[in-house]
Design a protein around this ligand. Structure first.
Ligand SMILES: CC(C)(COP(=O)(O)OP(=O)(O)OC[C@H]1O[C@@H](n2cnc3c(N)ncnc32)[C@H](O)[C@@H]1OP(=O)(O)O)[C@@H](O)C(=O)NCCC(=O)NCCS
Length: 192
Protein backbone atom coordinates (compact mmCIF):
# COMPACT_ATOMS: atom_id res chain seq x y z
CA UNK A 1 0.00 0.00 0.00
CA UNK A 2 1.44 3.42 -0.81
CA UNK A 3 1.73 6.04 1.91
CA UNK A 4 -1.21 8.41 1.47
CA UNK A 5 -0.71 12.17 1.45
CA UNK A 6 -2.37 13.75 4.49
CA UNK A 7 -3.10 17.49 4.71
CA UNK A 8 -3.77 19.78 7.68
CA UNK A 9 -4.16 23.55 7.97
CA UNK A 10 -0.41 24.24 7.97
CA UNK A 11 1.14 20.94 6.93
CA UNK A 12 1.41 18.32 4.23
CA UNK A 13 2.46 14.81 5.24
CA UNK A 14 3.91 12.53 2.57
CA UNK A 15 6.34 9.65 2.21
CA UNK A 16 10.00 10.64 2.52
CA UNK A 17 11.91 10.52 -0.77
CA UNK A 18 15.58 10.36 -1.71
CA UNK A 19 15.48 14.15 -2.15
CA UNK A 20 14.71 14.47 1.58
CA UNK A 21 17.85 12.64 2.69
CA UNK A 22 19.98 15.80 3.24
CA UNK A 23 17.20 17.49 5.26
CA UNK A 24 16.69 14.35 7.36
CA UNK A 25 20.44 14.12 7.97
CA UNK A 26 20.58 17.77 8.99
CA UNK A 27 17.64 17.42 11.41
CA UNK A 28 19.09 14.29 12.99
CA UNK A 29 22.28 16.10 14.06
CA UNK A 30 20.26 17.38 17.05
CA UNK A 31 21.45 15.47 20.17
CA UNK A 32 17.89 15.38 21.55
CA UNK A 33 16.98 12.83 18.84
CA UNK A 34 19.51 10.09 19.78
CA UNK A 35 18.95 11.00 23.43
CA UNK A 36 15.32 9.90 23.23
CA UNK A 37 15.16 7.53 20.22
CA UNK A 38 17.13 4.57 18.83
CA UNK A 39 18.24 6.58 15.78
CA UNK A 40 21.98 6.36 14.99
CA UNK A 41 24.49 8.92 16.22
CA UNK A 42 26.44 10.29 14.47
CA UNK A 43 23.70 10.32 11.83
CA UNK A 44 25.05 10.27 8.27
CA UNK A 45 23.59 10.87 4.83
CA UNK A 46 23.87 7.12 4.24
CA UNK A 47 21.61 6.49 7.26
CA UNK A 48 19.00 8.80 5.75
CA UNK A 49 19.24 7.17 2.31
CA UNK A 50 18.75 3.72 3.88
CA UNK A 51 15.87 5.02 6.02
CA UNK A 52 14.04 6.32 2.91
CA UNK A 53 14.52 2.96 1.16
CA UNK A 54 13.33 1.00 4.21
CA UNK A 55 10.31 3.29 4.62
CA UNK A 56 9.27 2.51 1.02
CA UNK A 57 9.68 -1.24 1.66
CA UNK A 58 7.63 -1.11 4.87
CA UNK A 59 4.88 0.81 3.13
CA UNK A 60 4.80 -1.67 0.22
CA UNK A 61 4.60 -4.56 2.69
CA UNK A 62 1.88 -2.74 4.71
CA UNK A 63 4.00 -3.23 7.84
CA UNK A 64 4.39 0.47 8.60
CA UNK A 65 4.18 3.99 7.24
CA UNK A 66 6.53 7.00 7.52
CA UNK A 67 5.43 10.52 6.75
CA UNK A 68 7.71 13.53 6.30
CA UNK A 69 5.99 16.49 7.97
CA UNK A 70 6.26 19.45 5.58
CA UNK A 71 5.22 23.05 6.06
CA UNK A 72 3.77 25.27 3.40
CA UNK A 73 6.44 27.87 2.43
CA UNK A 74 4.63 30.74 4.15
CA UNK A 75 4.84 29.02 7.54
CA UNK A 76 8.57 28.31 7.91
CA UNK A 77 11.94 28.76 6.28
CA UNK A 78 12.47 25.00 6.07
CA UNK A 79 9.96 22.60 4.58
CA UNK A 80 10.76 19.25 6.22
CA UNK A 81 10.12 19.90 9.92
CA UNK A 82 9.82 16.35 11.26
CA UNK A 83 8.90 12.73 10.76
CA UNK A 84 5.99 10.67 12.05
CA UNK A 85 5.33 6.96 11.68
CA UNK A 86 2.92 4.13 12.30
CA UNK A 87 4.33 0.63 12.78
CA UNK A 88 1.89 -2.29 12.83
CA UNK A 89 1.77 -4.18 16.12
CA UNK A 90 -0.40 -7.22 15.44
CA UNK A 91 -3.89 -7.29 13.98
CA UNK A 92 -5.72 -3.97 14.29
CA UNK A 93 -2.98 -2.13 16.20
CA UNK A 94 0.00 0.11 15.47
CA UNK A 95 2.59 2.14 17.34
CA UNK A 96 3.06 5.85 16.67
CA UNK A 97 6.54 7.40 16.61
CA UNK A 98 7.82 10.88 15.82
CA UNK A 99 10.58 13.48 15.95
CA UNK A 100 10.67 17.16 15.07
CA UNK A 101 13.54 19.39 13.94
CA UNK A 102 15.00 21.15 16.97
CA UNK A 103 14.25 24.64 15.63
CA UNK A 104 10.64 23.71 14.77
CA UNK A 105 9.48 22.38 18.16
CA UNK A 106 6.95 23.85 20.51
CA UNK A 107 4.71 25.37 17.85
CA UNK A 108 2.16 22.57 17.67
CA UNK A 109 3.28 21.12 14.32
CA UNK A 110 3.74 17.69 15.88
CA UNK A 111 0.28 17.53 17.41
CA UNK A 112 -1.28 18.94 14.22
CA UNK A 113 0.45 16.25 12.13
CA UNK A 114 -0.34 13.49 14.60
CA UNK A 115 -4.06 14.29 14.62
CA UNK A 116 -4.10 13.68 10.86
CA UNK A 117 -2.16 10.41 11.22
CA UNK A 118 -4.46 9.21 14.03
CA UNK A 119 -7.56 10.04 11.97
CA UNK A 120 -6.11 8.04 9.08
CA UNK A 121 -5.24 5.16 11.43
CA UNK A 122 -8.76 4.86 12.82
CA UNK A 123 -10.85 5.72 9.74
CA UNK A 124 -12.45 2.63 8.18
CA UNK A 125 -11.40 4.08 4.80
CA UNK A 126 -7.85 4.48 6.13
CA UNK A 127 -6.13 1.72 8.10
CA UNK A 128 -9.24 0.91 10.15
CA UNK A 129 -7.27 0.19 13.32
CA UNK A 130 -8.75 -0.46 16.78
CA UNK A 131 -5.79 0.62 18.89
CA UNK A 132 -2.75 2.91 18.78
CA UNK A 133 0.21 2.58 21.11
CA UNK A 134 2.84 5.10 22.19
CA UNK A 135 6.11 4.21 23.92
CA UNK A 136 8.93 6.43 25.17
CA UNK A 137 11.83 6.39 27.58
CA UNK A 138 10.83 7.34 31.12
CA UNK A 139 11.48 11.07 31.45
CA UNK A 140 10.67 12.06 27.87
CA UNK A 141 8.24 14.73 29.02
CA UNK A 142 7.97 16.48 25.64
CA UNK A 143 6.86 13.27 23.94
CA UNK A 144 4.55 12.34 26.82
CA UNK A 145 2.85 15.75 26.76
CA UNK A 146 2.33 15.38 23.04
CA UNK A 147 0.84 11.89 23.51
CA UNK A 148 -1.44 13.12 26.30
CA UNK A 149 -2.59 16.04 24.15
CA UNK A 150 -3.40 13.51 21.41
CA UNK A 151 -5.81 11.60 23.66
CA UNK A 152 -3.55 8.70 24.65
CA UNK A 153 -4.24 7.14 28.08
CA UNK A 154 -1.24 6.37 30.26
CA UNK A 155 -0.91 2.59 30.71
CA UNK A 156 2.20 2.21 32.84
CA UNK A 157 5.92 1.83 33.18
CA UNK A 158 7.51 -1.21 31.57
CA UNK A 159 10.88 -2.20 32.96
CA UNK A 160 13.75 -2.10 30.45
CA UNK A 161 11.25 -1.85 27.62
CA UNK A 162 12.75 1.04 25.64
CA UNK A 163 16.10 1.54 23.96
CA UNK A 164 17.65 4.90 23.18
CA UNK A 165 20.96 5.50 21.46
CA UNK A 166 22.10 7.81 24.24
CA UNK A 167 20.98 5.78 27.26
CA UNK A 168 20.77 2.18 26.06
CA UNK A 169 18.03 -0.02 27.48
CA UNK A 170 15.85 1.89 29.89
CA UNK A 171 12.43 1.78 31.53
CA UNK A 172 9.62 2.85 29.23
CA UNK A 173 6.39 4.81 29.54
CA UNK A 174 3.51 3.26 27.61
CA UNK A 175 0.17 4.69 26.57
CA UNK A 176 -2.67 3.71 24.28
CA UNK A 177 -5.63 5.16 22.48
CA UNK A 178 -8.53 3.01 21.37
CA UNK A 179 -10.81 3.80 18.43
CA UNK A 180 -13.63 4.03 20.98
CA UNK A 181 -11.79 6.46 23.33
CA UNK A 182 -12.81 10.08 23.55
CA UNK A 183 -9.96 12.21 22.11
CA UNK A 184 -10.19 14.54 25.14
CA UNK A 185 -6.83 14.56 27.00
CA UNK A 186 -6.82 12.43 30.15
CA UNK A 187 -4.91 12.91 33.40
CA UNK A 188 -1.42 11.40 33.38
CA UNK A 189 -0.17 11.06 36.97
CA UNK A 190 3.47 10.92 35.80
CA UNK A 191 3.12 14.39 34.25
CA UNK A 192 1.56 15.91 37.37
C1 LIG B 1 8.62 15.01 21.23
C2 LIG B 1 8.65 16.09 20.17
C3 LIG B 1 8.40 15.47 18.80
C4 LIG B 1 7.55 17.11 20.47
O1 LIG B 1 7.56 18.07 19.44
P1 LIG B 1 6.93 19.53 19.64
O2 LIG B 1 7.14 20.29 18.39
O3 LIG B 1 7.46 20.14 20.89
O4 LIG B 1 5.41 19.22 19.82
P2 LIG B 1 4.22 20.26 19.97
O5 LIG B 1 4.65 21.66 19.71
O6 LIG B 1 3.09 19.74 19.14
O7 LIG B 1 3.90 20.17 21.53
C5 LIG B 1 3.39 18.97 22.07
C6 LIG B 1 3.38 19.08 23.60
O8 LIG B 1 4.71 18.94 24.13
C7 LIG B 1 5.00 20.02 25.02
N1 LIG B 1 6.45 20.22 24.97
C8 LIG B 1 7.20 20.48 23.88
N2 LIG B 1 8.51 20.55 24.24
C9 LIG B 1 8.57 20.32 25.57
C10 LIG B 1 9.63 20.25 26.53
N3 LIG B 1 10.91 20.40 26.16
N4 LIG B 1 9.32 20.00 27.82
C11 LIG B 1 8.04 19.82 28.19
N5 LIG B 1 7.00 19.86 27.34
C12 LIG B 1 7.26 20.11 26.05
C13 LIG B 1 4.16 21.13 24.46
O9 LIG B 1 3.95 22.15 25.44
C14 LIG B 1 2.87 20.37 24.16
O10 LIG B 1 2.20 20.02 25.35
P3 LIG B 1 0.83 20.68 25.80
O11 LIG B 1 -0.15 20.39 24.67
O12 LIG B 1 0.51 19.96 27.06
O13 LIG B 1 1.15 22.14 25.95
C15 LIG B 1 10.02 16.83 20.14
O14 LIG B 1 10.29 17.34 21.42
C16 LIG B 1 11.19 15.95 19.69
O15 LIG B 1 11.42 15.78 18.50
N6 LIG B 1 11.95 15.39 20.65
C17 LIG B 1 13.13 14.56 20.32
C18 LIG B 1 12.73 13.22 19.70
C19 LIG B 1 11.72 12.48 20.56
O16 LIG B 1 11.75 12.52 21.78
N7 LIG B 1 10.81 11.75 19.88
C20 LIG B 1 9.80 10.93 20.55
C21 LIG B 1 10.38 9.63 20.99
S1 LIG B 1 9.17 8.69 21.91
Amino acid sequence: MSTPILRTTRLTLSAPTAADAPAITDACQDPEIPRWTPLPSPYTLQHAVEFVDEAASRSSADSGYEWAIRTAPQHAAVSLVGMISLTRRGAGAAEIGFWMRGDQRGNGYLTEAAHAVIDHAFEPSGLGLDRLEWNAAVGNVASARAARALGFRFEGVRRGAFVTTGGGRTDGWSAGRLFTDSPTPAVWDVLG
